[in-house]
Design a protein around this ligand. Structure first.
Ligand SMILES: [Zn+2]
Length: 222
C-alpha cells in the first residue's frame, strides 16, 4: 500500500495517456514489483495530519531537495528477504515477551528458547501438553486448583509434580529407562528439562506419551 498526499500524482498514474518521466518510472517500478508477486495499491491521504509515514516521507523529500548531489537510488530488496526478516523480528519479539512473563514457568524450563520450540513442529498430545505446561492430569495441578484434595502421587513418594513424574515417579519407570538409555550414550542422567524438551525431544515425547497412569490417576482426571 502506497500512501501519497499528492492528488496530482494519483491522477497522473490513473491517466494512461500521461507520460511524464517520473510517472513512467513509477509505473515501470510497479510493474516490476507485480511481476515479483507484490500487490501494489495507491491511496491518497491528507498531508500534515500526523501520519507517521507521511511525515517521514515529507522529511526525506525536504532533505533530498536540499542535497544537490543526491543520486537517484533504488534499494531493491527481494520479497523473501523482507519476509524472513519480518519473521525473525516477530520471533525476537515473542521471545522477549516469553522471557519477561512470569507465567508458564514449567514450559519455559522445557523450552526457554521459542526458536527451539518452533523448529520441533511437535505433534502435541494430551500427555505431552500436561507435562510441558504442568496443566492437566497432574495431581499437583489438580490440587492447586482445588479439583482434588490431595496432591500425593499414587507412589506415595511425594506430591505429583512434573519434576516428580519425569525424574522420580514409578509411573514412568519403564519409559524413563528407555529415555535414560538414549541420554547416557552422550551424557550423565539426569539432564535438564530444556535438554529433554529440545535435544532429546523425540525420545522424551515417546516416553511421556506412554505414561502408564494407574487406576487412581485415571479416576482423578474424570
Ligand atoms: Zn510418584
Amino acid at each position: 500500500m502506497v500512501h501519497t498526499d499528492s492528488k496530482i500524482t494519483l491522477q497522473l498514474l490513473q491517466n494512461k495517456k500521461k507520460h511524464k518521466k517520473l510517472i513512467e518510472q513509477i509505473r515501470t517500478k510497479v510493474q516490476e514489483m507485480e511481476q515479483r508477486e507484490w500487490r501494489v495499491e495507491f491511496r491518497w491521504i491528507k498531508a500534515h495530519t500526523g501520519h507517521r509515514g507521511n511525515e517521514m516521507a515529507d522529511q526525506q523529500a525536504k532533505e533530498a531537495a536540499r542535497n544537490k548531489n543526491i543520486e537517484e537510488c533504488y534499494i531493491k530488496i527481494p520479497k523473501n528477504v523482507v519476509m524472513s526478516e519480518q519473521k525473525e523480528q516477530s520471533v525476537k519479539w515473542w521471545q522477549r515477551e516469553w522471557t519477561q512473563t512470569t507465567k508458564g514457568a514449567i514450559t519455559k524450563a522445557f523450552f526457554p528458547k521459542i526458536e527451539d520450540r518452533l523448529k520441533l513442529r511437535l505433534n502435541v498430545t494430551p500427555n505431552f501438553t500436561a507435562i510441558v505446561t504442568g496443566h492437566g492430569n497432574i495431581k499437583a495441578y489438580l490440587h492447586k486448583y482445588k479439583i482434588i484434595g490431595d496432591p500425593t502421587c499414587p507412589c506415595r513418594k511425594g506430591p505429583q509434580t512434573v519434576q516428580h513424574i519425569v525424574f522420580d515417579s514409578p509411573l514412568l519407570e519403564k519409559e524413563r529407562e528407555k529415555l535414560k538409555a538414549v541420554v547416557t550414550r552422550t551424557e550423565n542422567w539426569p539432564v535438564s528439562c530444556n535438554k529433554l524438551g529440545v535435544q532429546y525431544h523425540k525420545k522424551f515425547k515417546e516416553c511421556i506419551d506412554n505414561i502408564n497412569w494407574n487406576e487412581e490417576q485415571r479416576n482423578s482426571s474424570q
